[in-house]
Design a binder for this molecule. Structure first.
Ligand SMILES: Nc1ncnc2c1ncn2[C@@H]1O[C@H](COP(=O)(O)OP(=O)(O)OP(=O)(O)O)[C@@H](O)[C@H]1O
Ligand SMILES: [Mg+2]
Length: 425
């Protein structure tokens, strides 16, 4: 029986068949209770994609994203060495991909699959000041990370504090940060504070507001001298999980947004340079020693990082990846419960959508911009026809202009996102 290859170009199908693809599920034929599973569905991992994973709460988004991470980490070496996954984990659930899925052995067996942990192919990073609290909870952590204040522009800082750009506090902050950056100083928060305290053009009220904001920021537990060395992180064939789940509610989104801004900017810069080197090597001009892997960037709760209605510090860097990531080889996989809350540019740039059940037709309308060859009403019918099993979805594939109904396969590695139940396990 033939596999259905989602996201693969016709010419690639001729040249590569189903090589460098990932087994994600099976095609559902028939509706609701009459439905049964047929052909395998595999996902193209050869080229970059913008792929939205959506669906209402508890329908399998994080689980499905985990399936794709597994496929990347378990590709044959010749492909695996050219790819790396970066995961922004807001729920703290992907560390468990290190461990085999012994909780669904029966389910896996039905699919002819075996529990498989990704072990050291998964690296888990947490803000350095939280490393101990994760370890105390017996969560396997590989590294504590810090971000360096000087890696952000004045505008970034103002956005991180949710300040409108014209606000006098934002203006003073931007000027000071940009001044320090222009001097090429690798400043810390303390340096920024003293510069503000000494600033002659800043009034006392603004000074004291900024001082207290910065003193709160210095306690976020993420700022340090080192910063993130993306080239050390983007090791070929690995899944790099940034667990940002355990931040205090008051500051959580500022820190997460700053981190995502920084990581996505660095990924982009690194891949743009790498792409040039790959071209030069192809021309025979240079010899490529360490090929930098192409990146798959997964972001859970993506509407918080690149929302439809406001601008956050991560909006700009993520939009760059969405609009210009294909050439340098960056795939972007946002997950959200509400596709109409995510920046419309993200949805319109998608070439693949995996949509589990949705709550409202408004969300479906948002998806319609991806595949206008279908009527929104027809798309709704596909969703409506899905059997009520766990992990069913529709896949919109703009490459083949087709819609498929799919049962996502069970996870090989442990899924830690199970909803809590009120009995001891
Ligand atoms: N393909 C699948 N096969 C078997 N079980 C699945 C599958 N997909 C999801 N499930 C089950 O559904 C549960 C919920 O899935 P998941 O945690 O991915 O939901 P979600 O859409 O990310 O929810 P939320 O919006 O709350 O984050 C999982 O814990 C798992 O038990
Ligand atoms: Mg989830």
């Amino acid at each position: 029986m033939h596999e259905i290859v989602v996201g693969r170009r016709k010419e690639d199908l001729k040249d590569y068949g189903i090589k460098c693809s990932g087994y994600i599920g099976k095609h559902i034929v028939g509706e609701r209770e009459e439905a049964h599973l047929t052909n395998q569905i595999v996902l193209d991992l050869l080229r970059p994609h913008v792929m939205l994973i959506c669906g209402k709460r508890g329908t399998g988004k994080s689980y499905s994203a985990g399936v794709i991470m597994e496929e990347i980490a378990l590709l044959p070496e010749e492909y695996r060495k050219n790819l790396t996954a970066v995961v922004i984990d807001t729920m703290g659930i992907y560390w468990s991909t290190k461990i085999p899925n012994e909780q669904q052995v029966v389910e896996l067996d039905k699919w002819g699959l075996k529990p498989t942990g990704l072990k050291d192919r998964v690296k888990v990073y947490v803000p350095f000041e939280q490393k101990k609290s994760f370890e105390d909870a017996n969560i396997p952590i590989d590294f504590g990370i810090s971000i360096a204040p000087h890696e952000f522009s004045g505008e970034d800082w103002a956005l991180a504090f949710n300040l409108p750009m014209t606000n006098p506090i934002a203006v003073a902050l931007q000027k000071t940060v940009n001044k320090l950056n222009d001097r090429g100083e690798k400043f810390q928060i303390n340096d920024l504070m003293s510069e503000i305290t000494d600033g002659r053009s800043i009034d006392t009220q603004t000074k004291s507001t900024l001082e207290s904001m910065l003193s709160v920021a210095s306690q976020w537990g993420v700022f340090g001298e080192e910063g993130i060395k993306i080239e050390e992180i983007m090791k070929p064939g690995t899944v790099n999980v940034f667990d940002v789940s355990r931040l205090r509610a008051t500051e959580a989104w500022s820190v997460r947004n700053l981190l995502v801004a920084l990581i996505s900017r660095k990924i982009y810069e690194q891949r743009v340079i790498a792409r040039k080197q790959e071209e030069l090597a192809k021309m025979g001009e240079i010899e490529l020693k360490n090929r930098k892997p192409m990146v798959w960037l997964f972001i859970d709760e993506a509407h918080q990082f690149i929302p439809a209605d406001t601008v956050t510090v991560s909006t700009g860097p993520l939009l760059t990846i969405v609009k210009q990531g294909r050439e340098p080889g960056i795939s972007f996989i946002p997950m959200t419960q509400m596709p109409n809350k995510i920046h419309p540019e993200v949805v319109s740039q998608c070439d693949i959508v995996i949509s589990h059940r949705l709550t409202s037709r408004d969300d479906l309308k948002a998806l319609h911009s991806v595949m206008q060859t279908y009527l929104a009403e027809d798309m709704w019918k596909y969703i409506d026809s899905l059997p009520k099993w766990m992990g069913t979805a529709i896949i919109l594939d703009d490459n083949s202009e087709r819609i498929y109904t799919v049962q996502m396969r069970p996870r090989l590695s442990w899924h830690a996102g199970e909803a809590a139940i009120a009995v001891n396990v």
